[in-house]
Design a protein around this ligand. Sequence first.
Ligand code: C2E
Ligand code: MG
Ligand code: MG
Ligand code: MG
Length: 290
Amino acid sequence: QAEQALFFAKAQGRDNVQSHGDMHGTGRAFRDFELASRLDRAIRQKLLGVHYQPVVDARTGAVVGVEALARWRDEKYGQVGPDRFIPLAEQLGLIRELGDLMLEQSLAWFSQLVRGGADLKLSINVSNRQQATADFAGSLLERVRRHGLRPGQVKLEITESIAMEGVASASGLLRTLSEQGFALSIDDFGTGFSSLSQLHVLPVDELKIDRSFVRRLRTREGRAIVKAIVDMAHQLDLVLVAEGVEDAETAEALRELGVEMLQGYYFSRPLAPEECARFLLPERACASGM
Ligand code: C2E
Ligand code: MG
Ligand code: MG
Ligand code: MG
């Protein structure tokens, strides 16, 4: 495929620059190319999976949502992280297919959970290029309804950079999604260069404070930064979620600062679908195929 050839050329070019005269450069380029073609096949054969990480209410500890996280286990390379394969799928022009696959799996799983009595929101990560695909909003709405769900049960996590890339062009789509009833969240907040006042023109409901800030909460400075984010966000009527909460002290500090929702290894790692269903609906010990 032309896109793959282009990818290979780029990968090679990059390695040639980086490892001038180094024998391993070609090997690395080949590995990149092989990984790309294996990913291509995995997406087409629908071999990717989804894990789910609970999001809890900071005050009560009750699970209020789950975030869908893409997983790919390759036979040769083992577990490959989404930070690696999502950008690769974008370069290969396969992000639409990957996104659709993720949506199908997570909506099917989630609708079963809802039918089992769970009252939660499903968060889905949407990448820049995925969002830019034709009729993203229309096809998403159709899919959600087809699974018997309402848009209000689904939250879309958008990175700060997309939101800001062109506030003008992004806001059209975000407005449509918001009018359709989807909740919108800015993921990894604080890692980009946007200001809250800029973000405020977008129809966003929630900010997810990036893990890098959460990690620095133990220091006086780190705490001051998080406090400033929380206070400003609250003045703009935004709800806050903290990601990467790994211990009780951090959870407590965030609760004291007024962060509404918490997510992280302290509460739960991302779980396989059936494991997560068991976690959420313990009384129904793993209903059919969940
Ligand atoms: P994200 O949306 O910010 O997701 C949070 C990441 O932090 C996840 O990594 C999660 O496993 C990890 N994490 C959760 N709690 C903790 C914690 O307490 N400590 C630490 N150190 N890490 C924690 P993961 O699953 O590797 O995903 C990485 C990124 O890949 C995601 O970041 C998201 O941007 C992207 N991604 C994942 N699935 C999808 C997808 O289906 N579509 C798109 N477009 N992007 C996805
Ligand atoms: Mg996310
Ligand atoms: Mg995040
Ligand atoms: Mg993050």
